[in-house]
Design a protein around this ligand. Structure first.
Ligand SMILES: Cc1ncc(COP(=O)(O)O)c(C=O)c1O
Length: 460
């Protein structure tokens, strides 16, 4: 670490944080007796906190964001250069990086042509919900306004995003919710909820059709799905699932909205998660990895067909997308995103993600032979989960406190991993891993070995 920071140097920071900062997703009682953790520096895969302790970060900044790793001076330079030239103008006007990134991005997404900029995954998803509602008003006389979402998926933190939340603990106590959102069943075969064990992929997709028929196809405008469910337990869709979802949506004229906030921009070894499955989306949203956390940026990407519905009657004062995103006009976001994408291309990070993801899954499967508590290992690229169970036969979930103890033990060893966190009552039992796309074999082996140690210490 270049700057050696002793605890004393940062005591003022720690006290100020304790006194004034309200952290996300944290119960603060513990901070009355423990110091808040302050992250001070990052380089590559590693971060250092205010005590000087070094960590290998297996969750890319906690929430799967820093895809190209810490300390990228070329991104910092691109952002700085852009800020001193032109930092901001509201997005009714364009910007140089906004224009260039939209072109570069849509080149990676055949069939998609238009990019709407905003600042968070929640906001990007809200844009789609608004577009679907406006299409309903203008094209369908108010019909086709409902939006389907899936059990165990997450789409963001605002009240409407929580109205589309398949994770009950995330949404609990924040109602009343926005009406018109309807849940469909999850597609996690390990927790098969149907009678027939056969052809689970088609069965889980058919369950969506059952909901559509129950609600009435003419009431439903869109379905919002994660390509691979991330925080809900790393759920890789079963064989045949996406093909059937596409057929169902085509049949009932339901628009497909893929939430790529986690999977987008390389995380699963393709540019986008849906590209593993041949899906043809109408909307794709993305945020975290778009600029790896070097600037706040999210994108709502649509087809030209969707876009054209918002410009065909120039005489109508309400006949266009009347959304405003003040900070969608920050030029730092697309400037960082352009450089982030260049790094992924020039360093062959998609290919690395594929190889390192395989290695991580192999390592975890080796651990599974030793530790009966690992019920299932699943993932794609560097989005990997290990579901912990008390008993492999009954698949009874491991106690949440024990899973938390595994995470804590890894942290003690200097490796930061994650888990399903306040998401699913009784099912917060999956260890979640999303190391940066620059991971090396040594990093992957260090992460795996810390998990092995922790499982041994906690479960024996
Ligand atoms: C799949 C998915 N969609 C949307 C969001 C919301 O993104 P943000 O926190 O940037 O609003 C998240 C955040 O974790 C997410 O995992």
């Amino acid at each position: 670490m270049d700057a050696v920071l002793s605890k004393n140097d940062l005591s003022e920071v720690i006290e100020s944080d304790r006194a004034h900062v309200w952290h996300h997703l944290l119960q603060h009682k513990a901070l009355e007796t423990n110091d808040p953790q302050i992250m001070v520096e990052g380089k590559g895969m590693r971060v250092w906190d205010a005590t000087g302790k070094e960590f290998l970060d297996a969750v890319s900044g906690g929430v799967w964001t820093v895809n190209v790793g810490y300390g990228r001076t070329s991104i910092a330079d691109a952002v700085r250069d852009q800020l001193v030239k032109m930092n901001y103008f509201a997005n009714a006007a364009g910007s140089i990086p906004g224009s260039l990134f939209a072109k570069k991005l849509t080149e990676k997404m055949p069939g998609m042509t238009r990019v709407y900029y905003s600042n968070s995954g929640s906001e990007a998803n809200e844009k789609v919900f608004k577009m679907v509602r406006q299409i309903s008003h203008r094209r369908h006389g108010g019909k086709k306004s409902k939006i389907l979402y899936r059990e165990r998926d997450y789409h963001g933190t605002t009240i409407t995003a929580l109205s589309a939340c398949g994770q009950p603990q995330r949404a609990a106590e924040y109602g009343p919710y926005t009406p018109g959102f309807v849940e469909v069943p999850h597609c996690l075969e390990y927790r098969n909820q149907f009678d027939s064990p056969e052809d689970y992929g088609a069965r889980a997709a058919n369950a969506i059709e059952e909901v559509i028929l129950r609600e009435g196809p003419d009431t439903i405008g869109a379905i919002c799905l994660e390509p691979i469910t991330a925080g809900g337990g790393v759920i890789v869709p079963p064989k045949g699932y996406w093909e059937r979802v596409q057929e169902i949506c085509d049949r009932y004229e339901i628009l497909i909205h893929i939430d790529e906030v986690v999977c987008g921009v390389g995380r699963t070894g393709e540019w986008f998660g849906y590209q593993h499955y041949g899906v043809k989306p109408d909307f794709v949203t993305m945020a975290k990895g778009v600029a790896s956390g070097y600037a706040a940026i999210s994108c709502t990407v649509t087809t030209e067909e969707v876009f054209n519905q918002f410009k065909d009657d120039a005489s109508d004062p309400l006949g266009f997308f009347r959304d405003i995103s003040t900070f969608g006009g920050c030029a730092s976001g697309p400037a960082a995103a352009l450089e982030n994408m260049r790094i992924i291309e020039d360093e062959n990070l998609l290919e690395n993600t594929d190889r390192m993801g395989e290695r991580l899954m192999d390592n975890l499967r080796t651990l599974q032979d030793k530790h009966s508590v690992i019920g299932e290992v699943r993932g794609k690229g560097l989005l990997v989960g290990a579901e912990l169970v008390k008993d492999r036969t009954t698949r009874e979930p491991a106690d949440e406190a024990m899973v938390q103890a595994v995470v804590a033990h890894c942290r003690k060893q200097g490796v930061i991993i994650g888990m399903t966190n306040r998401s699913l009552p009784g099912l917060n039992n999956t260890l979640c891993l999303a190391p940066a796309l620059i991971s090396t074999s040594d990093d992957i082996d260090e992460i795996s070995s810390a998990i092995g140690e922790a499982l041994g210490a906690v479960f024996g």
